[in-house]
Design a protein around this ligand. Sequence first.
Ligand SMILES: Nc1ncnc2c1ncn2[C@@H]1O[C@H](COP(=O)(O)OP(=O)(O)OP(=O)(O)O)[C@@H](O)[C@H]1O
Ligand SMILES: [Mg+2]
Length: 357
Amino acid sequence: MTDSSPPILRINALTKTFDDFTALHGINLNVRDGEFLAIVGPSGSGKTTLIRILVGMDEPSDGAVWLRGTRIDVVPANKRPTCMVFQSLALFPHRSVGQNIEFPLKLRGVAPAERKARALELLDTLRLPRDYYSKRIQQCSGGEKQRVALARALAFDPEILFFDEPLSALDYRLRKTLEKELKDLHRRTGKTFIYITHSLEEAMVMSDRIAIMKAGRFEQIAPAEEIYARPVSKFVAEFMGEVNFFDLVKGAAPGVALSAAASAALAGQTGTLTIRPESLRKLTAEGVADLSFEGIVTAEYLLGSRIQYRMTLATGQEMIVEVLRENAVEGGIGAALRVGCDLSAAHLIAEAADAAA
Ligand SMILES: Nc1ncnc2c1ncn2[C@@H]1O[C@H](COP(=O)(O)OP(=O)(O)OP(=O)(O)O)[C@@H](O)[C@H]1O
Ligand SMILES: [Mg+2]
């Protein structure tokens, strides 16, 4: 899978309007063959609307969707070669696990013996015991139902599997287990997964790339590390976790002391400097860093092996700092604190980037 391989799915200028409300604003996306793409974004940003169009449950108002070179947005859902949404709620509750898994094969006219053989294989794939074949759906736990639903989705043998928050109703431990299983399943099947979630953590654990959605548009589509280290907007930076912002105007940022080298590098630039709390280190009174900050500690929170501090700078701005426990600030709340970081840890969001959002 490289950037140059042809996309399995190409979304071109897709727009969806409901009466006078625009839910999707001409979005573009290329999904690579075999990729695990997570789509994250706040409630109402258009994630489900997009996936409903991709699987044919809804029609776009404008734009086109191509699957391996075939235009599919004009094809009815049941005639599409491949797409399928995985939803545990869509299982037939009064039928057996086996009947549920075999359903797509039955639709295709596969003979009973072959259907059963395939269903048993899929039970193996999903790590469910083979004697679950004759178990009723009602006798399955929440996690087992999710696995049955997944086995049934795989029985369709789709080219792309779509997921809309499949784990959101499950408890934390089960969610963590299934996250790993889904990732593993993705690796073993080589299928393309498109996975909607509210949970950034889930997206980071599983996906090759994350697409961040805001108000019917993609803000940024990139691997998690890149989105974390080089967000294109303040919205993305905040979505990816706690962050400090400093306005930079023509190379000067109130509250930030710059070394000569940092001053030279930032000369004339305008935008927002973003600095993650854990990129900062404690400095002594004489300590030097490309960027340094001084303030008074106003709060401290223990986070396992790390401690987070809030400090207020002379400018009045509040700053979040995270250090290892062994570097705890003597005196805690009320103490003076100096911290700093390398210029490479401070990402500059150029002025225009956020305005485009
Ligand atoms: N059938 C519809 N008629 C009118 N508006 C709709 C319809 N379906 C969705 N919308 C609107 O489109 C926007 C996007 O909805 P969508 O369900 O795609 O959001 P989402 O990102 O999936 O949110 P969530 O994370 O809460 O599931 C929302 O403002 C929603 O109210
Ligand atoms: Mg939704």
